[in-house]
Ligand binder design. Sequence first.
Ligand code: SF4
Ligand code: SF4
Length: 192
Amino acid sequence: MLAKLRDICLGFWSLIVGLGVSRKTGFESAVTEQYPDAVFNRPFKRHGVPPRQVGDCYRGILALRWDWEYEIPTCIACRNCERVCPSKCISGIESEGRGKLRRATAFNIDLFQCCFCGLCVEACPVEGKAIIHTRDFETVSRRRDSLVVDFEWLHERGRRYHPRPEGVAVKPWPPPEATRRSRQGAESGRDQ
Ligand code: SF4
Ligand code: SF4
């Protein structure tokens, strides 16, 4: 009889403790999130640039750097990155202009295939690199083909990491001296 009474008391006490915990946690803010719906692109939405969750040398999602001086892409479409990529995930590079005036107009990266090895960045001959690693690491998607990112996407992300520096005046593109030189070269070629 006594044992039964003790069990009833213990059960009742457990119920009281359990309800107390539920009451306490029920009014606290949630510490979990519905991933990926709640957090996809969250760092950008909340902060503009992701908080420094990883080191500067972290090889995250790739991006293309924008040339703020001339308001053009920095990529000269040399295709070095495409050649060295072990995953063959860089494709569709197109360009316009010739010689030093050549700039990329199309560029795709399949982030699903990319192994973030960094070889493309190393091989890029552009000063300060045209292709860069960001510190982003979330590549969540429900469709594989949505991870093939294009020229616009890559530049948009690049601009977040290399925003327009203050006080930089935009220069005309192509630079007048380059246009003059290329015209002189064409004329001397015609004379020969
Ligand atoms: S990081 Fe490596 S795998 Fe990814 S695009 Fe560059 S070279 Fe290819
Ligand atoms: S990102 Fe760099 S290596 Fe790749 S095509 Fe452009 S300039 Fe060449």
